[in-house]
Design a protein around this ligand. Sequence first.
Ligand code: SF4
Length: 255
Amino acid sequence: MKRDEVFQFFERLAEANPSPTTELESGNPYQLLVAVVLSAQATDASVNIATRPLFERIKEPQQMVDFGENRLRDAIKTIGLFNTKAKNVIALSEALIANHGSDVPRTREELQALPGVGRKTANVVLNTAFGEETFAVDTHVYRVCNRTGLAPGKTVDDVEAKLEKIVPQPFRRDAHHWLILHGRYICKARLPECWRCPVIDLCRYKPKTLPPEERVKPKAARSVIRGSSAARTATGPTASPRTAGRSRSRPSRLP
Ligand code: SF4
């Protein structure tokens, strides 16, 4: 994508949502860090359901350590991989107490040294808690960047490196939120909703998806086509739609 197209891409996402942020609920950087660790391979909504009551009583690492792994496991048992995540959250809380005076560190290296914290988690915390211009690449960002041609790459690291290079100001700080939200609500994995997409003319993906009212369901399409073919080929009252010529249904996507 050309430089001016990249600018327009983010300008339009920004117009649609001027103040994007994470959908994970938290009250401070520590709770955000815990929520992001819990969100690996889980939806933000499922994490929020578990953390709402948890974060009412736990706001700092020592409270989490006192709460203990067993009770934490029980509190997050609705989230995937909860056994491992409970272990990691207790271990990272202990590490924060031991090495950082209970504060969440502000560098990628220190964050990634914590149990259960990878590059993506570190990027989200640096961006959302501390306002750094980092580009966390999750499944949504990866898909949107590749589909649209914005920042194609074979790996999440490739995509992150491309985003680092191409995203202009003033969009750098919020870029990853816009991309996540765009992928979650419009450029969906199974069927991108191109007909209501603000960047449809900039996006390289083909074929674009038609609006629902213009898509013909296969079954309905068959009966419509049979009927019209029968009408064309029928020569008298004994003619049957079964004998009518075959036809293909309309494609469900724009060319
Ligand atoms: S036009 Fe379609 S494929 Fe392209 S970004 Fe929009 S929703 Fe995604």
